[in-house]
Design a protein around this ligand. Structure first.
Ligand code: SF4
Length: 388
């Protein structure tokens, strides 16, 4: 059943979100700079701490209803069904949750055996986000993914039998991967009839194994021109297949937009539970310490190991512009006036003028949006519209 089109769709869009970070992975992907540990020694203590954090923070949502719950990581599919349900129970015990929330679990192909998928299908999880990245062995080895190409295909075969709402992650711009291989990757996902795709360029983050391997000449550097070409292939191929390009890195069949992520992009409130998780209250951002032991110790003392930043008017405007330009909804000039004042509208239009002339931006129904030509540059363009 596609829950996005249920009668509770509005409730799901209006509610708030809970993100739960599971900071464990089987092995470190070379490009990854997320917070995770490859040692599972502290898994039980960490799960206990997640539950305590959920209890400690319930007052933050005392007047709100939770519409989406998202298990991210790290690798949440490393958890057993019992562990997932224990955490979910703590959410339901401490928060008001709508009847049919979107509950997403990020999963890696090597964890998705038929038994596991069957278990998950019987749980409250109703959306899987699967980190496939590529169906080519050479790509998976280059990135040090824990699964192989056969597992990637096999898990989609199984997952599609039990889940309707599935998203697949793909990475483009991988050194050595040809355009033909990239198109084949996209086509393989389409052949499985997957309704949602998230796709990112391979980026070389500082201090990652990938950065070191490129520096030592062991792996060819990423090529932005190659990546941009593949991004445009992705847009075209998915448009032809009936997908809506609703956020810079996200494509969906009608009715399958990620409600959780759409809420982030629309500036809705969410709390992030677990080490390194970020929260947004509408007025401030906060983030938990990125260290499993210190996180557990602090929570055991019933303190929140987090830092907070109160957002200025300019910060809020900048965030709205950055996220708005990445989405199909664009930046609403009406919202700019209503929330920030008419000076901000004058400012954004003056800053946008150059990009409007270059056809990188356009205005439709009083919303400022990026053109297809401007899409790969949208973060750079947004930064030129910021107020410092
Ligand atoms: S599985 Fe995900 S979180 Fe873990 S190392 Fe790989 S990319 Fe990072």
């Amino acid at each position: 059943m596609n829950l996005n089109t249920d009668s509770n769709h509005k409730e799901r869009v209006d509610g708030v979100g809970i993100y739960i970070h599971i900071p464990f992975c089987k092995q470190a992907c070379f490009y990854c700079d997320f917070h995770f540990s490859t040692s599972l020694k502290k898994k039980d203590e960490l799960i206990d701490a997640l539950i305590v954090e959920l209890e400690l923070r319930k007052s933050e949502f005392e007047n709100d209803t939770v519409a989406t719950i998202y298990f991210g990581g790290g690798t949440p599919s490393l958890l057993s069904l019992e562990e997932i349900e224990t955490i979910l129970k703590a959410v339901y015990d401490n928060y008001s949750v709508i009847e049919n929330p979107e509950i997403t679990l990020e999963a890696n192909p090597d964890d998705l055996s038929e038994t596991k998928i069957l278990e998950l299908a019987k749980s409250n999880i109703n959306r899987l986000s699967i980190g496939v990245q590529s169906f080519f062995e050479a790509d998976l080895k280059l990135m040090n993914r824990a699964h192989n190409a056969t597992e990637a295909k096999h898990c989609l075969e199984l997952a599609t039998q039990y889940f309707d709402n599935i998203s697949v992650d793909l990475i483009y711009g991988i050194p050595g991967a040809t355009h033909e291989q990239w198109q084949e990757n996209i086509q393989t996902v389409l052949d499985f009839n997957i309704p949602h795709i998230s796709s990112y360029a391979l980026t070389v983050e500082p201090k990652t194994a990938l950065a070191t391997l490129i520096k030592k000449g062991k792996i060819e550097d990423v090529d932005e021109v190659h990546a941009e070409a593949q991004f445009h292939m992705l847009i075209n191929q998915l448009k032809e297949a009936g997908f809506i390009h609703y956020e810079l890195s996200n494509f969906s069949k009608p009715g399958y937009f990620s409600i959780n992520n759409s809420a982030y992009w629309k500036g809705k409130k969410y709390i992030g539970i677990g080490p390194s998780a970020h929260s947004f209250s509408g007025e401030s951002r906060s983030w938990n310490i990125s260290n499993n032991s210190k996180y557990i110790q602090a929570i055991q003392l019933k303190t929140l190991p987090s830092e907070i930043e109160i957002l200025s008017v300019n910060d809020k405007y900048n965030e709205y512009v950055m996220t708005g330009l990445r989405t199909i909804w664009g930046v609403s000039l009406e919202t700019i006036v209503a929330v920030f004042g008419s000076d901000f509208k004058t400012y954004i239009l003056a800053q946008a003028d150059k990009y409007l002339n270059e056809e990188l931006l356009y205005i439709e129904d009083n919303n400022l949006k990026v053109t297809t030509k401007g899409k790969f540059l949208s973060d750079g363009i947004a930064s030129q519209l910021f107020k410092i």
